[in-house]
Design a protein around this ligand. Structure first.
Ligand SMILES: C[S@@+](CC[C@H](N)C(=O)[O-])C[C@H]1O[C@@H](n2cnc3c(N)ncnc32)[C@H](O)[C@@H]1O
Length: 285
């Protein structure tokens, strides 16, 4: 008789197989594609989802998610990490202010895509930069995410008051000179951002894993999203971004992220440390 595998290894393998089957089925039946997200964090999140709903196994969770839209919405929120803040990585915003806005100022119309915008803070931060440079009126910002709950929060433009303390600090660190309080009205423990910012941003659902390009942009920001993707999926998205950027258009990824080897042919570094690139004139796209 063949020797049995030690227990922990066997159960780990089984869970990985069940997780693959789960994500395959969710994609086939519901169109949400997590098949090419990095295994470790994806499977950890799935295990948390299974535990929270007290399902006996991933297979049981699979059957339930396929039939219950409320569970599906919860799965989507569990699978996505929507941590964000205004002027996150302030030096990136300082660089956009000093190097990218002067070029954008030469265009009659400016189009910006914030991909993976979570609850909207990054989109509002860019709107503030553009407003301060006198460019907001000729700009449209398209801010997209896969998670509808995050998009609802983004559209409301309402944030906890204490988030504004950190936002103010980040704004100042990015070189902002004005009183940050001019951008919001505080009410009790909440703050609502200025309708002038809100009116220039279109928030909508777009899945980077399955949807295609939808226009031409001068600046695309997709920060802290690639970390969840396998290289193959990341490169699919890099190709969409290259296709979507106008000549000399800029791409911002997270400072802790890097392009794939194939992606490095599509974009040339402006400041690699800050994750800022320009569409390559030699590569494809
Ligand atoms: C950590 S947040 C980043 C938010 C913001 N860009 C920042 O850097 O602060 C990652 C966001 O990517 C979104 N996301 C994950 N997979 C996605 C996909 N396939 N298509 C679009 N957005 C996705 C998540 O829903 C989440 O809101």
């Amino acid at each position: 008789m063949a020797a049995q595998m030690p227990e922990p290894a066997r159960s780990r393998d089984l869970e990985a197989i069940e997780a693959d089957a789960f994500f395959f089925t969710v994609f086939e039946h519901l169109g949400y594609d997590f098949r090419h997200y990095s295994d470790a964090s994806r499977n950890r999140r799935l295990a948390a989802f299974v535990g929270r709903h007290k399902f006996a196994s991933i297979s049981e969770a699979q059957g339930r998610v396929l039939r219950d839209p409320v569970l599906l919405a919860d799965l989507l929120s569990t699978m996505t990490v929507n941590v964000t803040e205004m002027f996150r990585d302030p030096l990136v915003f300082a660089k956009i202010r000093s190097e990218i806005l002067p070029r954008l100022a030469t265009y009659p119309r400016i189009r910006v895509w914030i991909a993976g915008c979570a609850t909207g803070e990054e989109a509002y931060s860019v709107a503030i930069l553009l407003d301060e440079a006198g460019l907001l009126e000729r700009t449209t910002i398209y801010a997209t995410d896969i998670d509808n709950e995050s998009l609802r929060a983004a559209t409301s433009a309402i944030y906890p008051a204490d988030a504004m303390v950190r936002a103010t600090r980040n704004y100042q660190a990015s070189g902002g000179q004005r009183p940050f309080s001019q951008w919001y009205i505080a009410k009790y423990d909440r703050c609502i951002l200025s309708p002038d910012l809100r009116s220039r941003i279109e928030f909508f659902s777009h899945n980077l894993a399955t949807d295609s390009a939808f226009g031409e942009f001068n600046l695309i920001m997709c920060r802290n999203v690639f970390i969840y993707f396998e290289q193959m999926l990341q490169h699919r998205v890099e190709e969409i971004f290259s296709e979507s950027l106008a000549p000399f258009g800029n791409l911002a990824i997270g400072p802790r992220e890097s392009l794939t080897e194939a992606g490095k042919r599509l974009f040339a570094p402006v400041d690699r440390r800050l994750g800022l690139f320009v569409k390559s004139q030699h590569g494809r796209g």
